[in-house]
Design a protein around this ligand. Structure first.
Ligand SMILES: [Ca+2]
Ligand SMILES: [Ca+2]
Ligand SMILES: [Ca+2]
Length: 318
């Protein structure tokens, strides 16, 4: 036994020495940053806002507190994007002279509150822009509040919000065309933005004051509060609320309404219809066709919207 002791000790010492030996030069080099660690933001104005302005709201008060670039390297690391919960994008369209491509927004997977707005407009064109933008927010699965305002609707094809199951409040006000052409061109599709909302099962509140949008309210069945005041040319052919069985508060004031469907198995707590039909100082005509629930309270709610020419029914199909 004894004669093996020394070699064993020696072997152990050699093993220890080997394991304590510094790593080879190949392993010593720090890992170069891999491409995935930097978020690509193709639009320079979007990236500038993120990296150089207080676009990040860290305390949820809708005021910016810091820029995104925590390590001040001029780039947006994935960890920096994923740390953001409140994002405020206030663009100055007067300076930029175009609308901004938000490609790259899909990396902000932990954002719960997003505001996209701006000042100024683009009024120097005399025809629709052939290259329309789409804002795709479908990757922002934690989004609870979304506000997109002050875009010219003739520059946009759609807002894609599908599958945002946590979204509770949506404000799409003040998105209207900057180009009208002749009066009959108002209703041309290029003046409207399509809003895709399938799966927004928790949406409670929606506003699109003074906007030109194509929406299908059957995609947002939990809606309780809806503001469609003063669409100013963006009125749908039919104001159709038959899917909104939980709707309590509705403002459709100051609109030209041909067809109105309020039949939804419930009665609104509040219906605002200022400036229409027999309302004081009204300048808009009575509604031609109204379908309501067979409930006297609802019949009374539409009193100023109807005259002797209005067809009022309770048995409409959709
Ligand atoms: Ca703040
Ligand atoms: Ca950075
Ligand atoms: Ca009703």
């Amino acid at each position: 036994m004894k004669r093996y002791f020394v070699p064993l000790l020696l072997f152990s010492a050699l093993f220890l020495a080997a394991s304590c030996e510094p790593e080879g030069p190949a392993d010593k080099e720090p890992e170069p940053p891999v491409a995935e660690d930097i978020i690509e933001i193709p639009d320079e104005h979007f990236k500038h806002l993120l990296v150089n302005t207080n676009s990040i709201d860290t305390n949820g008060d809708q005021e910016g507190d810091s820029d995104i670039d925590l390590n001040n390297d001029g780039e947006i690391q994935r960890s920096e994007a994923e740390a953001v919960q409140g994002l405020l994008l206030h663009f100055d369209y007067t300076t930029i002279e175009r609308y901004v491509d938000l490609s790259g927004i899909e990396h902000f997977i932990n954002v719960t509150s997003l505001t996209v707005t701006g000042k100024g407009g683009i009024y120097d064109i005399n025809k629709p822009d052939p290259k329309l933008l789409t804002y795709d927010f479908t990757a922002l699965k934690k989004l609870e509040f979304l506000q997109v305002n002050h875009l010219a609707s003739n520059y946009f094809e759609k807002f894609d919000l599908r599958g945002l199951t946590n979204l509770v409040e949506l404000d799409l006000s003040h998105n209207r065309p900057t180009w009208y052409g002749d009066d009959e061109d108002y209703k041309e599709p290029y003046n409207f933005i399509e809003v895709k909302m399938q799966g927004l099962n928790r949406l409670k509140k929606m506003s699109f004051l003074n906007s030109f949008l194509y929406v299908d309210f059957c995609e947002v069945p939990a809606l309780q509060i809806l503001d469609m005041w003063y669409l100013e040319g963006g009125e749908p052919e039919t104001f159709d609320f038959h899917c909104l069985t939980k709707l309590e508060w509705l403002n459709i004031s100051e609109n030209h309404i041909d067809n109105l469907i309020l039949k939804n198995s419930s009665v609104l707590t509040t219906l605002l219809v200022r400036d229409i039909g027999s309302a004081p100082n009204s300048y808009l005509p009575h509604v031609e066709y109204i379908c309501i629930d067979d409930i006297s309270e609802e019949f009374e709610q539409i009193a100023t919207l109807r005259d002797e020419n209005t067809v009022v029914v309770t048995d409409c199909s959709f």
